[in-house]
Structure formats: C-alpha cells, structure tokens
Design a protein. Sequence first.
Length: 278
Amino acid sequence: MPLLTTLVDNFNDNVIGPNWGDSYGGVSETGGRARVPLVAGAYAGYQTGRAWTLAGASIYLKTPTLPAASTGTDVGVHFMITSPVAGTGLGFKINRVTNKLRMQSNVDYFDAGAVELTYDAVNHLWLRLREDGTNVSWDTSPNGSTWTNRRTLATPAWVTAAVDQCAVDLFCYRDAGVTDYAEYDNVNTLADGAVHTAAVALSADSSLTATGAVAVISSVGLSADSALEATPRLVANASANLSAEASLIAEPVGSDTGDVDFAVGRPTTGWVVSAPWR
C-alpha cells in the first residue's frame, strides 16, 4: 500500500521519473524542476499512476514559478489528489486572474464550501495535504518547515475507500493569453542538491595534476616491515683462579702455657713431664 508520504522527487536529474508515468501535455523536467506549459485552451500536467493512498498519509511541495494572467480569464495552477471517480478529488488551486489560493474538496469538479485566501507568494510558497484518520488538512508554509493550517475537513469517504487508487495531478490550464509555464518542485523533500550530467573527452596525453596537501597525523601504526632499533649493551664474562696460602695456628684455650719448657731432641732419662702433660 504505497502511502503518498513515500512519493519523493526533487526533479534534479532532468528526467521525468517512472512515478509520473501518466504525465501529459508536453511537460518536461528542466533546471531541476517539473515544468508544465500553459498553452491557451490546453491542459497539461505531471500525473502519477492511480496507485497511491492518501488515508493516513501526507504530501507537500512548492510552486516556485507561476504563470502570468496575461489576457486569460481562467488561468490556474493545481495541486490535486484525485479519486477513481472523475471530478472527485481534493487539493489546491492558485488562480492567477483573481490572485486567490483555493482549498477545495470537489465532487463533480466543484466544492461549494471551498476556502479561499488572497495568494501570498512568500507564505503560500509551500503547500501540504494530510489525512490523520479523522480529518483532511490543507497547510501552507514559507519554507517547508513551519506550517500554518488553512482548512480542516472531516475525511471524505472516498479517501479511505480508495486505497491504492489515488493519483497526484499537478496540472495547469489557461483559456487565453501568452504561452508560458508553471513549475513544481521538492515533492516530500527539502533536499535540493543539484545533479549535473556532463560529457568530457580526454585525449591519450591528458594528465591530472593534484596539489599536495600537508597532513598532520597524531597516531601511527607500524607495518609488518617496521624495524625496531635498540642501543647495544656490552656484557663481559671473565673467570679467575684464586690461590692462597694460609697458616693455621692453634693455641690451647683455657691453659696457661707460661711455665712450659720445651727441649729439643730425644728425651733422655730424667725427662720430667709436669702437669698438665702427664
């Protein structure tokens, strides 16, 4: 069930997209906008297939370019959601002869209770239709962000019945006057980035020159081939043989040796051994 909320187009590719497959009257996508010509006595418009749902959905757009009244007595720019029944639908009409913005819910191409305001090219630049399950609302905005409600109506029965059967018709008509055009833009989007398509021929000797840029890198990772250098340390191993001479002298502990006499030689008869040696 494609809700009208999901229909998005800013017309910047200058190609009429597949969603607008029922367009008619010599419309074109020019300069990033949907352009609808106003030729005396002829209708023209961007139109989707009858495959969309307004119930529980919303749709908005802007009308940046409007036609001149010229010598016409009926010069209109329309933004309509139409039902499967011819002449039944709801939306906006900008009347360039009376300079009125009309908010209408038509049956048999007319709404006796339609609400009209003096058209303001600034405050009425953006137009929005929305349905919340109870009511249908008509809103205007100068910028597509801040909206002012202009009319609220109990949801017509056909809106909830025509699931996947509604169409969007952005059409224009003039009964007389000089041929000119109206433009629509930014269906359900505020994004307006330009898309440019161009062709260029490069010769075999073409070259591309790039200006170097200085970059400051605050962190760096080491690759697999990174090298780590360290300051060498000198370690010496040596061995040594130690030799020593030592004399060990032992003295009796606790004995008085002051009265000991020593004789050198073999003992002879008469050798006397005194205490403590005997």
